[in-house]
Design a protein around this ligand. Structure first.
Ligand SMILES: N=CN[C@@H](CCC(=O)O)C(=O)O
Ligand SMILES: [Mn+2]
Ligand SMILES: [Mn+2]
Length: 328
């Protein structure tokens, strides 16, 4: 189920005549090992069973490889070590077991002090990410207030017995209810035409905060900033999820449900930078979900995902030690 990093994927242009500062990601990334100094870990969850179950276009199991290939040639500007943490495979499409196994895997990265950027995979990857962070934080705080900020055209609060790419945050809400934890979920980029009235009702009933795509314009950023700032005051820690279908379909066509309108890349990047500076060390974990290379002309979506990973890795705050752990 766990797959070691395939470093052969990390190929790209080389400019030796330009010297040491002409490096690209493929020249700087290392396989993650036990005891590696704290840094950024990119790791993939190769699952699209959730998308298939959700009546979508499968293919996102190839997302992690496509995003790594796009990352490989990016110029390297990071100030922290960068690692490939390998992949997690969904066992015989048995999504029911994925989240628990993924939670243990994520917890391991966090325990070693890394900032994980998890590459999807359908958005079913969100449940395991949340659970991993929750378990990690529970070591020092039995009832952590984890805020989820999800940039997404969809609420992903669907009902149903079986988990799918459309259910993860409803599953998180149920977990929080059972564990007596607050469910703090803020979804940005909601498309009114892509979410039924039933989903808006569920969001309301669960106390979900949201902003619609049409409210996230460059001339209205103060609204999102004020709402995010207030949201963060309630959170001990932040899990940031980016469903690439929040972007306009022309920018991110390689997803199961491309957006007609979407939120512009400029606005998304602005808000990611804003979150970084407002959340500081509360930001513990990020993911990029739904990249589907089978429907991605010119690898556009993988490349935009790679750029967002660069931004997250560059903007991520210096780690703050968990209790009892010192950073060098
Ligand atoms: N990950 C979520 N996906 C959307 C799919 C919507 C659609 O296929 O139209 C959802 O469930 O709402
Ligand atoms: Mn979506
Ligand atoms: Mn989603």
């Amino acid at each position: 189920m766990r797959q070691r990093p395939d470093m052969a994927l990390w190929q790209g242009r080389r400019d030796p005549e330009e010297g040491e500062r002409a490096k690209r990601w493929h020249q700087c990334i290392a396989p993650l090992r036990e005891g590696s100094p704290r840094g950024i870990v990119v790791a993939g969850v190769c699952s699209d069973e959730g998308v298939r179950r959700n009546q979508g276009r499968p293919g996102a199991r190839g997302g992690p490889e496509a995003i790594r290939r796009a990352m490989a040639n990016q110029a390297f500007h990071l100030e922290r070590p960068l690692y490939d943490g390998g992949n997690l495979l969904c066992p015989e499409n048995h999504l029911e077991d994925l989240a628990q196994e993924q939670a243990r895997w994520i917890e391991g990265f966090l325990h070693q002090g890394h900032f994980p950027i998890i590459l999807g995979g359908g958005h079913e990857i969100a449940l395991g990410n949340y659970l991993g962070l929750s378990r990690h934080l529970a070591k020092n705080n039995p009832a952590p207030s984890i805020g989820i900020v999800n940039f997404d055209a969809h609420f992903d609060l669907r009902q149903g017995q079986a988990p799918t790419s459309g259910t993860p945050f409803r599953q998180v809400a149920e977990y929080c209810w059972k564990e007596d934890l607050p469910f703090l979920y803020f979804c940005l980029g909601i498309s009114e035409t892509a979410n039924t009235a039933a989903l808006f009702d569920r969001a309301e009933a669960l106390g979900v905060q949201y902003l619609k795509d049409e409210e996230l314009t460059p001339w209205n950023l103060a609204l999102a900033e004020a709402r995010l700032r207030e949201f963060l005051t309630e959170c001990d820690a932040l899990y940031l999820s980016i469903d690439l279908d929040v972007l306009p379909g022309a920018v991110a066509p390689g997803v199961s449900a491309p957006a007609i309108r979407g939120v512009s890349l400029e606005v998304l990047e602005h808000l990611l930078r804003f979150l970084r500076s407002e959340a500081g060390a509360k930001l513990k974990l990020a993911d990029l979900a739904e990249c589907n290379p089978e429907d991605d002309p010119d690898g556009r979506t993988a490349r935009v995902a790679a750029r967002l990973a660069h931004l997250l890795a560059r903007e991520v705050p210096a780690p703050v030690p968990d209790k009892g752990v010192e950073y060098e």
